[in-house]
Design a protein around this ligand. Sequence first.
Ligand SMILES: [Mn+2]
Length: 297
Amino acid sequence: MAIRNRQTIKPPAFAAKSANHWQYFIFAASAIRVWLVCMGIEKKRTYFASDFHLGIDARLSSAERERQLVRWLDQISKDAEALYLVGDVFDFWFEYRTVVPKGYTRLLGKLAALRDGGLPIYFFTGNHDMWIFRYFEEELGIPTYRKPIVRELHGKTFFIGHGDGLGPGDHGYKFIKKVFANKVCQWLFSRLHPNFAIGMANFWSGRSRAANPEAQHFLGEDKEWLLLYANRKLETVEADFFIFGHRHLPIDCVLKNQKSRYINLGEWMHYNSYAVFDGETLRLEFFENENGQVFGK
Ligand SMILES: [Mn+2]
């Protein structure tokens, strides 16, 4: 077999042209991407919010707040890549095998529509709605988490959870949480008639709020218990962001490694605060509230 002289093997004429075409293609793709980002069409933002406490009235009534949340969801759906609802969406929820609390139709409908449209949504139970069982998963296709999770998003590590029962102290609550999470206690509670059981729970929920007036200021780096928890957790988990709710105060604080941050999502009874991560930076923002303030900076 004749061996072809190397020099005679030239790249075919179209190769040079196709390299050019390739460059054009890359240029066009980046231009389109810039345009999509400018238009807000490319979905690349991850949103986090918690503590809507639907069911009780605050600055707005619960019904008004629900509509406000739907407006917020409409707004973020334009560029959302994912949505994390980090607990206490409802002020109280108990789910029977065949019965769920009435109300919240607009929020549930909007979440269903977004989920059906392909938006990944992740739901965490909080201390007020820990008795959400399989409804969100089965009816809305939204996975429900009862404990903090660690997620990798665009190369950053997120530690995400509601935050109740974490950090030092609060032994009373930690005990009650164990009772509430107990399957036998849940079964017994579910034997009660909903009118009685949910009425009693709403009364309890209101009382617990009255007994624990919210501390509406930043307590300092040595006293904010979720910050202490995050600093401690850094010894075993290399997270860039610790995202919690529960504290009802929008907080953004650099942790002891001078790199990671503790973010508290605040709440929607007064602040309407949420966090948005664009793939590189994360910040707290406020919806329909021009007086929002971030603590701990
Ligand atoms: Mn809460």
